[in-house]
Write a protein that binds this ligand. Structure first.
Ligand SMILES: Cc1cc2nc3c(=O)[nH]c(=O)nc-3n(C[C@H](O)[C@H](O)[C@H](O)COP(=O)(O)O)c2cc1C
Length: 183
């Protein structure tokens, strides 16, 4: 059975993107195993501490390497993705064996992108993430991507209530990503 690693770009406890990821996990159901990556304890990338890698870096790299696919659910911060997510990807882009880029944990990994955000539905964040995935030699599923536009009631209640259309789009993305993993 395939193993999916879900990466939520927000560190916020009541994160809408975490809620979106939880719904995606329900939609994947028993077709794959799903793990949520914990990475709030990562230090900032600093080449002075790269070798040997700090324990939290070793831990996230090991989770990434065991995954068949990464599904990123990210908010949009100022038309891009959050800095904490960039820091994680920066660590994953660095070689495990000094000097050999092919040993980077994220190299060749299959990736899907979704977002929940304001009026742009995270298009800016996903656009920047798409470029980042190319830069780090990940294997991005370009389409479909799901962008959920948060409405006023979400911000009032902290509850993400997906429309039928959004849930159907997320279900279609789950189907497409599971198929992409078989390629
Ligand atoms: C620093 C910061 C910048 C933001 N910039 C944007 C933005 O450019 N576009 C947008 O749609 N929402 C923006 N937002 C609002 C987020 O979309 C909203 O807070 C969302 O709930 C964050 O996702 P989360 O619930 O998963 O934490 C920003 C929020 C923060 C904290």
């Amino acid at each position: 059975m395939k193993h999916l690693l879900f990466i939520v770009g927000s560190l916020r406890e009541a994160s809408f993107n975490r809620q979106l990821a939880e719904e995606a996990s329900r939609l994947v159901g028993d077709r794959a195993t799903v793990e949520f990556l914990a990475y709030a304890d990562l230090p900032f990338m600093n080449q002075d501490i790269e070798f040997p890698a700090p324990a939290p870096v070793e831990r996230v790299r090991s989770s990434i390497m065991q995954a068949d696919g990464l599904w990123i659910f990210s908010p949009e911060y100022n038309y891009s993705y959050p800095g904490a997510l960039k820091n994680l990807i920066d660590w994953l882009s660095r070689p495990v064996v000094a000097g050999d880029r092919s040993t980077a944990a994220i190299a060749g990994k299959k990736v899907a992108l979704s977002s929940a955000a304001g009026s742009s539905a995270g298009a800016g964040s996903r656009g920047m993430l798409s470029k980042l995935m190319v830069a780090v030699n990940a294997n991005l599923m370009q389409e479909p991507q799901v962008g959920v536009k948060l409405d006023r009631s979400a911000f009032e209640t902290d509850v993400l209530a997906l429309s039928t259309e959004d849930r159907n789009a997320l279900a279609a993305q789950a189907d497409a990503f599971l198929a992409y993993l078989e390629r």
